[in-house]
Design a protein around this ligand. Structure first.
Ligand code: NAP
Length: 291
């Protein structure tokens, strides 16, 4: 097989173009979508992520104030700021950049965000809605993977999908979305005894672990679609996914590269969730003023 490498950049660009039009329509009605990006401390990688998110917002006309807290901020400080953002009508989405400094409970912070402003989709309410097939906000990375599958016209119904990784932010919601779309889903993790045997059964293999070269050609069924979510910094400073790209070339029918595959989709879907939050808030306002 000739492996087709799926470039996520043009797909993300198409998503962003569609969003720009929706932002213009909202602005014409007097509503500027707002995403608050909260950063605690000085983690240099987090700073880069936050800068990229704010830049992407600006490009489509989304207002995105950065809310900075010092590295020694307490959990109470952060919860106080989130309370303010929950109550702020100019803010439709709230994103707290992870990881948080030690001493702050990520779970309590996520639970403090108003569910209708939880554009990351990490609040238990939103993950629960996803689990019952009534999603409100879908976590951005798995949503981006679904968008890639849709754009590439990759069939999901009736296929055997194997997801490696079971985190609440990637693996679990990914498996739920594939299940909802009609795939038969297997979820693998660090306690899976026969990983290669499991992944070899996949028509569609999604790997979200964070270990370079975890998956090679032995682990891939000929013709399978392979989606590599992993991001690993190698000792030479370069980035790699969880899949050994050279090994699976000629085996997989399609493969997302790292960087440039799933990564660009994640920010695009964050923007999509923010625009959706603003649209919902505007339509609720209109219902409220009518009654
Ligand atoms: N492209 C993007 O935009 C994007 C976005 C988010 C994350 N990522 C990347 O995706 C990867 C996963 O992120 P995450 O937040 O889900 O990570 P995580 O919370 O660390 O979860 C990793 C998962 O992998 C499983 N695992 C660990 N070692 C394994 C092994 N040897 N075999 C099978 N499963 C194994 C773990 O199993 P247990 O549950 O048993 O421990 C866990 O479920 C990371 O590389 C991250 O950087 C990329």
């Amino acid at each position: 097989v000739q492996t087709r490498i799926i470039d996520g950049n043009p797909i993300a660009r198409t998503v962003r173009q569609g969003l720009r039009q929706r932002v213009e329509a909202l602005r014409a009605l007097g509503c500027v979508p707002g995403l608050a990006v909260v950063l605690v401390g000085e983690n240099p990688v987090s700073r880069i992520y936050v800068r990229n998110k704010i830049k992407a917002c600006a490009e489509i006309g989304v207002y995105s104030p950065q809310v900075d807290l010092p590295a020694n901020a307490t959990e109470a400080d952060l919860l106080g700021r989130i309370r303010g953002l929950n109550a702020d009508p100019a803010i439709h989405g709230i994103l707290v950049q992870l990881p948080l400094p030690g001493g702050i409970s990520g779970q309590r912070v996520v639970e403090s965000i108003a569910p209708h402003k939880d554009v990351d989709g990490f609040h238990p309410c939103n993950l629960g809605l996803l689990a019952i097939g009534q999603p409100r906000f879908v976590p951005c990375t798995p949503a981006g993977v679904m968008k890639i599958l849709e754009h590439e016209e990759i069939p999901v119904i009736g296929k055997h999908a194997v997801v490696v990784g079971r985190s609440n932010i990637v693996g679990k919601p990914m498996a739920l979305l594939l299940l909802q779309s009609g795939a038969t889903v297997t979820i693998c993790h660090s306690k899976t005894l026969d990983l290669t045997e499991q992944t070899r059964r996949a028509d569609l293999l999604v790997v979200a672990v964070g270990k370079a070269n975890l998956v090679d050609k032995e682990a891939v069924k000929p013709g399978a679609v392979v989606i590599d979510v992993g991001i690993n910094r190698l000792s030479d400073g370069s980035l790699a996914g969880d899949v050994n790209k050279h090994s699976v070339l000629g085996i997989a029918s399609r493969l997302t590269p790292v960087p440039g595959g799933v990564g660009p989709m994640t920010i695009a879907m964050l923007l999509a969730n923010t625009v959706l939050a603003a649209e919902r808030s505007l339509s609720e306002q209109r219902v409220a003023t009518r009654t």
